[in-house]
Design a binder for this molecule. Structure first.
Ligand code: IPM
Ligand code: MN
Length: 354
């Protein structure tokens, strides 16, 4: 068997406190993975004057995939992992398991995945002064009035392309099929602001609808994003796979994580055609730095997903089950989950279950 290579990006602030023990757990599973450790982020700036050096890029390229902590900004490798590696589909599962401290009364059966488009929309950050829009002669679609480009202010460009939307729609359907085989609902919901943005978000909606039609075993549903926001709170069990444009997905995935107990529990995986990286949904948690109490669940579950991607399915399931068992028993939970254990104690409990 060819030895698998994983590039590890430790991230900033409290992030290494979840990345290091996660890799330790993975090493303890003796799967023969080789880990590459480029210096990045704040440490990279200190050592090389660069948060993401050519050497770090080389490690990402050389590896089969990357395990990513959380970075303070796009410059610490996240930009390269997304746009450099064209990872267009960001899967953010929301699954409640017994023992997870949720604010909801009836969390039983919450099990859906937010698929966030990862490259387009507002994210490439193409902004500027309003006066630069003058040559475009834009008009408002409601009033029909010309945009007053003598106003002082800024604009942001939001782009939705057909090809990329088709790719993410297909990724959503493939995931729904895979989940259906394991008892999933076989449903793809598209959510965006298509009632207002009748070109860009309507294109996104329409392409998802068209794509789902190629999968007769799947059902299609649409929800305007603001309605989705309340639906996911009052009846989250209705969802299976929900796909949405970049910035909508960014916001909704954090909200959805709150449904099952918070960002400490939310893993994610980002797929392109030739690459994938795995990262928790949460940020760098600077307030928790050095305290050894940050919840490593999101990171460990991202690691489990990575094992599946590497073809180590049995190990992936074993690790996921170990985490769920620790919740089920409830003895070694971190403070965000109402427990009194440290990050290290939680990780030790997971290792013992393995
Ligand atoms: C995420 C994060 C990033 C994003 C930040 C760090 C730029 O919030 O992965 O969701 O907005 O995409
Ligand atoms: Mn985010």
């Amino acid at each position: 068997m060819v030895r698998k290579k994983v590039c590890v990006i430790k991230g900033d602030d409290a992030s290494p406190e979840v990345v290091l023990p996660t890799v330790k757990i993975l090493e303890g599973m003796k799967l023969g993975i080789e880990f590459l450790w480029p210096v990045t982020g704040a440490e990279g700036i200190q050592k090389n004057g660069n948060p993401f050096s050519a050497e770090a890029k080389k490690a990402v390229d050389e590896a089969d995939c990357t395990l990513f902590g959380s970075a303070r900004s796009m410059e610490s490798g996240l930009g390269y992992l997304r746009w450099g590696k064209k990872t267009y589909a960001n899967f953010r599962p929301v699954k409640w398991m017994k023992g997870m401290r949720t604010p909801l009364k009836n969390p039983e059966g919450i099990d859906f995945v937010v698929i966030r488009e990862n490259l387009e929309g507002l994210y490439p950050g193409r902004e500027g002064d309003i006066e630069r829009l003058e040559p475009l002669k834009l008009t408002d679609y409601i009033t029909g009035q010309a945009l007053n480009t003598s106003m002082k202010g800024k604009f942001a460009v939001r782009v939705i392309t057909e090809e990329n939307t088709r790719n993410i729609a297909k990724a959503s359907c493939d995931l729904a099929i895979k989940r259906k085989a394991k008892g999933g609902k076989g449903k793809v919901t598209v959510s965006s602001k298509y009632n207002m943005l009748r070109q860009s978000d309507e294109l996104f909606r329409r392409i998802v609808e068209e794509t789902v039609r190629y999968y007769p075993e799947l059902n299609f549903e649409q929800q305007v994003i603001d309605n989705f926001c309340q639906q996911m709170i009052i009846h989250p069990q209705q969802f299976d796979v929900v796909v949405m444009p970049n910035e909508h997905g960014d916001v909704m995935a954090d909200g959805a994580a709150g449904l099952v107990g918070g960002l400490g529990l939310a893993p994610s995986a980002c797929f392109g055609k030739n690459y994938a990286y795995f990262e928790p949904v949460h940020g760098t948690a600077p307030d928790l730095k050095g305290k050894n109490i940050i919840n490593p669940t999101a990171m460990i579950l991202s690691g489990s997903w990575m094992l599946e991607y590497l073809g180590l399915k049995e190990a992936a399931q074993r690790l996921e089950r170990a985490v769920y068992e620790v919740y089920n028993e409830g003895e070694y939970l971190t403070p965000d989950q109402g427990g009194h254990s440290s990050t290290a104690e939680f990780c030790k409990a997971v290792s013992e279950k393995l």
